[in-house]
Design a protein around this ligand. Structure first.
Ligand code: ATP
Ligand code: MG
Length: 332
């Protein structure tokens, strides 16, 4: 079996974007790949996290994965800080990656905003840690949303440079797996920015913990344009908000965007939005309930994370040892 790795930051509530862009796809992959799924708490602290909140979000993200159908018996599920090899390899990659490469990363530019001088240095080297997350298991495939494509290209560059510099054929070239009809779910308030856990506006996103009324209200208020709905996918060009809502509909119903356009084309958005709210509730509702149930059983989640991290260390420890040898760290 080939090995996959993917992660979610405990930096807020899980969103519909995390579900459609990442977690849902993992469920389909877990049978065919040796799967390692990580709550990446080291990544989360690249921006400020309240410690109590971080602990809570770590459990919630793990519960969200399991409630969505990621099976802790089939996969390794753990939180990143319990496996120190991630941070250790990240340091080595800090010394492999070039500043010029990091300077091109759009996520840093977006997250640092205008006041770049005040961003943490962790936020800047985030992609090096992400490369380490993958390479410490020599994973070959990484199922992510489209927003992470650039970071995966960087991970390949790092692996390639490491292999070249040390004259080894050690790290594999990773491939992203970007799947489904909603590869980049956009904000409900602005069709040009990504839906994110960490967006200060709660109305910009659907949280996996939102109740029926909240979901309906957010979708009703979601930004659209004044044109009737498009009859074909081509008619969605230049209509970011409409395109986003229709892609979400398609992904949630396992239908194509073309199919949805045929059904609703020519109408206003009211009926479509009402149907989309029902659809979202029918998909997310059972997951939300199971998530809540699991979160009430903290000891279960903590046990999953503990066992997962033990399994993860069994894979990563020998790989880190090999890296130390390659780099020339004396082992006495
Ligand atoms: P943050 O705002 O803190 O960065 P986030 O919502 O972007 O949070 P991450 O933890 O950074 O979530 O990403 C977890 C996974 O979810 C990644 O695979 C990422 O590509 C995917 N993802 C995040 N947002 C979206 C989105 N809007 N559409 C599709 N996939 C997404
Ligand atoms: Mg993100």
């Amino acid at each position: 079996k080939q090995r996959i790795f993917s992660g979610v930051q405990p930096s807020g509530n899980l969103t519909l974007g995390n579900y459609l862009g990442a977690i849902r796809n993992w469920v389909g992959l877990q049978k065919n790949y040796e799967s390692i799924f990580c709550v990446v708490d080291l990544h989360a602290i690249t921006v400020w996290q309240d410690p109590e909140q971080l602990r809570k979000a770590t459990r919630e993200v793990a519960a969200g994965m399991i409630a969505s159908g990621v099976d802790p018996k089939e996969c390794i599920i753990f939180n990143q800080s319990q496996v120190p090899a991630h941070a250790e390899l990240a340091w080595i990659f800090n010394c492999v990656a070039r500043l010029g490469w990091l300077n091109r990363m759009t996520q840093f530019k977006e997250k640092a905003g205008k006041n770049r001088e005040r961003a943490s240095s962790g936020l800047y080297v985030y992609p090096n840690l992400m490369a380490a997350d993958i390479m410490i298991y020599k994973a070959t495939h990484v199922p992510v949303g489209e927003d992470q494509k650039q970071h995966l290209e960087l991970a390949r560059d790092i692996a390639q440079k490491f292999n070249n510099d040390y004259g080894v054929d050690f790290f594999p070239m990773v491939e992203p797996l970007i799947l489904g009809e909603a590869k980049r779910v956009m904000s409900l308030r602005d069709g040009n920015s990504k839906m994110s856990k960490s967006d200060p506006s709660d109305n910009s996103r659907i949280n996996m913990t939102d109740d029926r009324d909240t979901i309906a209200k957010k979708i009703r208020k979601a930004k659209t344009d004044s044109e009737p709905m498009a009859e074909t996918p081509d008619g969605l060009e230049g209509r970011a908000e409409a395109k986003n809502l229709i892609s979400i509909f398609a992904a949630l119903s396992d239908r194509s965007v073309a199919d949805i356009c045929t059904e609703y084309g020519g109408q206003g958005f009211a009926q479509f939005k009402s149907d989309l709210a029902d659809l979202s509730v029918s998909v997310l509702g059972p997951i939300t309930e199971e998530m809540k149930r699991l979160c009430d059983e903290k000891t279960y989640i903590d046990q999953v994370l503990k066992e997962g991290s033990e399994k993860a260390r069994k894979i990563s420890d020998p790989i880190l040892k090999d890296v130390h040898k390659i780099v020339g760290f004396l082992q006495s």
